[in-house]
Design a protein around this ligand. Structure first.
Ligand code: ZN
Length: 199
C-alpha cells in the first residue's frame, strides 16, 4: 500500500485495526476522509478524542456515559425497582431499542469464564451487590447471553441474590443458545423479556 504515500498508508493501517473493518473498507474510508472538507475531518477527529477523553462508567449502572449518571439512571420516569443485568453496553442498547423496558440496568462488562480466567471479581458484580444497600430493588432480570459464560454468570448471580430474598428472573429462551444479544431483533428480545422465569 506504500504507493499511496506514508500518510495515507498510516491512516489506512489505523482504520483497518477497527473491528469489522477489512483492508478494502479501510482504504475506502481513508479516501473518503481525505476527500472530506477539512473542517469536517476536524469535527470527526475531535469527536473521537472527546468521546475517548470524557467517557467513563455511570456511577450507578456502569454503562458508558460522559456525565456522573447516565440518561437512564437520571430519568425519574424509569422504574428503579427493577434492574436488568447485561454483559455490556451494547446489550443494554439492544433492550433500549425495544422501547418497552422501563427499569434500570446494571452492566457487568463481561461474564464469568473459568476457561479465560475471568472470575467474579473481574466483572462489576461487587458493584451490583452494593446497589442493594442504597436502592429499593424488587426484581433483578438477568439478561446475560445464552453462552456458557452467560449461563455461568446468571447462576452465580442467582445464588448470590436468592439468600437475601431477591426476586431473580432469567430472560426466556427466545434468545438462541450462544446468541449475542446485540444482534437479536427487537421482537425476539421483547418475547424473551416478557417470558422471563424466576430462577
Ligand atoms: Zn446509569
Amino acid at each position: 500500500m506504500e504507493y499511496f504515500g506514508g500518510q495515507i498508508t498510516k491512516l489506512i493501517e489505523q482504520l483497518s485495526r477497527l473491528p469489522g473493518v477489512g483492508a478494502k473498507t479501510a482504504q475506502r474510508l481513508a479516501f473518503h476522509i481525505i476527500s472530506m472538507p477539512e473542517e469536517q475531518t476536524e469535527i470527526l477527529s475531535k469527536a473521537i478524542v472527546d468521546a475517548k477523553r470524557n467517557t467513563h462508567y455511570c456511577t450507578k449502572c456502569h454503562t458508558l456515559t460522559d456525565g456522573d449518571l447516565c440518561f437512564i439512571c437520571k430519568n425519574p420516569k424509569r422504574d428503579s425497582s427493577t434492574i436488568m443485568v447485561v454483559e455490556n453496553p451494547r446489550d443494554m442498547a439492544a433492550y433500549e431499542r425495544t422501547q418497552k423496558y422501563k427499569g434500570l440496568y446494571h452492566v457487568l462488562h463481561g461474564a464469568i469464564s473459568p476457561m479465560l480466567g475471568i472470575g467474579p471479581s473481574e466483572i462489576k458484580l461487587k458493584e451490583l451487590i452494593q446497589r442493594f444497600q442504597n436502592e429499593d430493588i424488587k426484581e433483578v432480570i438477568i439478561s446475560t447471553s445464552s453462552t456458557l459464560e452467560g449461563e455461568t454468570t446468571a447462576m452465580y448471580i442467582s445464588k448470590l441474590l436468592k439468600p437475601i430474598g431477591m426476586k431473580v428472573t432469567r430472560i426466556a429462551s427466545g434468545v438462541p443458545v450462544g446468541g449475542d444479544i446485540e444482534y437479536i431483533d427487537e421482537v425476539t428480545l421483547l418475547r424473551a423479556l416478557e417470558g422471563r422465569t424466576e430462577i
